[in-house]
Design a protein around this ligand. Structure first.
Ligand code: NAD
Length: 485
């Protein structure tokens, strides 16, 4: 019998009102159920939102230093359990153990970063036109924030939203993905032990359809921070605008790498592979297109295919595996449909393209690392987010041509250039239409103290992490004080 987990509402573990639970599967072994998690309904969501609303004034009234202390305690508890959390993260999400551990420790860093942030100035003094007027600003919390998160970074994303929201005096309802509830359960458990006052941090499990409307339209909710697909993001934005909420969306990508003739070829190949195939290509910042200058196209593709063929697919338990399963059967089937589509569009399959034959992998949702050559911008495989280990190789005649191809997509999350030329690096940094731009690095990865987010269709023009999170999770009051008489 699988263990049953409960929602965390108002400081207590609470069963869903209608008593419905969803099994959480291990994508490396569909026969292993990791637990049963509430499939919450609108009534559960209302109770979580109400708890957050009741708790918010007292939480905001604490000194920011005191709120920071709670974040520090939560960070210490997560750090002390990082191995166990990482293992469960690996089992439910499918990424390798080192990647899962790295992500867990990133959660710790984020909590410590925002704990420190509570000691920084929360406003500015502004020279007034009046000689005796004291004119200044202070930042205030928004109130209750709904945090709606995807499965692919099940500890980092919930924490990179919750840590700043809480640090700046908001209370939150976290709605993690129904595909990664176990990691969110660990977060709730650590926050519960850190002793946050009841109702400050609530976790509501279940599908978006059941709770989404309350989380985005309730009169008690003031802001929504969402990360996930474009489809859901657009729905959330529509609801948020109609109900007057502040919102931010971080969504998909079709991230590209450009490789110029003067690049260090070996490093460009290795970092392209890393960006494309680590975490089975299921990072929003994963590399899905590589645009190679025609002078080195053949040499690059030969090395790329040779090294991709050598990558081992296997579960996170297998320390020698480079990439694990994708998240679900639907996801695997969708990726394989894109492979078929790319072939029918005329792209050339250079390696991979199916599920691995290995008998030990048949119970999981695996896809071979796949490379397509001869991809052009008109193909759907060059335009749409596949969200799996599929890489498209495109050819360019010059940096200008490569930039035109790089930018010819609706998304703009991350982009990289491989070159030794300072001029090319500067032109690329200026012209690449992406919120995260790197030279001689992979497209994935960002440091928590730096802003994170996309341009164009990848985002709502807002940013997360670093000081950018303060912009979203606070509102400014302008205060003017004059002498009496
Ligand atoms: P998804 O949109 O299916 O789900 C995201 C979250 O939204 C889940 O918690 C889901 O339950 C919830 N949801 C679904 N319908 C809802 C509704 N009607 N109302 C409210 N909530 C609802 O996305 P996913 O499959 O979990 O994640 C993959 C996507 O996330 C990819 O497109 C990826 O690029 C994107 N992503 C983006 C970033 C980024 O920072 N830009 C980071 C990670 C993932």
């Amino acid at each position: 019998m699988s263990e049953r987990y409960e929602n965390f509402i108002n400081g207590a573990w609470v069963s869903p009102i209608q008593g419905d639970y969803i099994p959480n599967l291990n994508p490396a072994n569909r026969e292993e159920i990791l637990g049963l998690f509430p499939n919450s309904t609108a009534e559960d969501a209302e109770s979580a939102v109400q708890a957050a609303a009741n708790a918010q004034p007292a939480w905001a009234a604490l000194s920011s230093h005191t709120r920071g202390e709670y974040l520090r305690k939560a960070a210490d508890i997560i750090a002390s359990r990082a191995d166990a959390i990482a293992r469960d993260l690996m089992r439910e999400e499918g990424k390798s153990l080192p990647e899962a551990k790295g992500e867990t420790l990133r959660g710790v860093t984020l909590l410590r970063y925002y704990a420190q942030e509570t000691m920084h100035p929360d406003g500015d003094v502004i020279p007034s036109a009046g000689a005796t007027t004291f004119l200044y600003t202070r930042r205030f919390p928004l109130g209750v924030c709904s945090l709606i998160t995807p499965w692919n970074f099940p500890i980092a994303i919930p924490i990179w939203k919750a840590a700043p929201a809480l640090a700046f005096g908001n209370t939150v309802v976290l709605k993690p993905s129904e595909l990664s509830p176990l990691t969110a359960y660990h977060i709730a458990e650590c926050f519960a032990e850190a002793g946050f006052p009841a109702g400050v941090f609530n976790v509501l499990f279940g599908e978006g359809a059941g709770v989404g409307e309350v989380l985005t339209t309730s009169a008690e909710v003031n802001a929504i921070s969402f990360t996930g697909s474009v489809r859901t993001g657009k729905q959330i934005a529509t609801q948020a605008v109609a109900h007057g909420k502040k919102y931010q969306l971080e969504m998909g990508g079709k991230n590209g790498v450009i490789v110029l003739p003067d690049a260090n070829l070996e490093s460009a190949v290795n970092l392209t592979i890393q960006g494309a195939f680590k975490s089975a290509g299921e990072k929003c910042t994963a590399t899905s297109r590589v645009i190679v200058h025609t002078e080195i196209y053949d040499a690059f593709v030969t090395q790329l295919v040779q090294k991709t063929l050598a990558l081992k697919v296997g579960s996170g338990e297998d320390a020698t595996a480079y990439l694990g399963p994708v998240i679900s059967e639907q996801s695997r089937d969708k990726i394989l449909r894109y492979v078929g589509l790319a072939e029918s569009e005329g792209a050339m399959l250079l390696c991979g393209g199916g599920a691995p034959d290995d008998a030990t992998l048949q119970t999981g949702f695996y896809v071979q690392p796949t490379v397509f050559g001869g991809v052009t911008s008109e193909m759907r495989i060059a335009q749409e987010e596949v969200f799996g280990p599929v890489l498209c190789v495109m050819r360019a005649e010059s940096l200008e041509d490569a930039l035109a191809k790089l930018n010819d997509v609706e998304f703009g999350l991350s982009a990289s250039l491989f070159t030794k030329s300072l001029d090319s690096a500067l032109v690329f940094a200026e012209k690449a239409q992406a919120g995260l731009v790197r030279v001689n690095g992979e497209t994935a990865g960002v440091e928590p103290q730096a802003p994170f987010g996309g341009m164009k269709g990848s985002s709502s023009f807002s940013r997360e992490q670093g000081l950018a999170a303060r912009e979203f999770f606070t509102q400014i009051k302008t205060i003017s004080i004059d002498r009496a008489g």
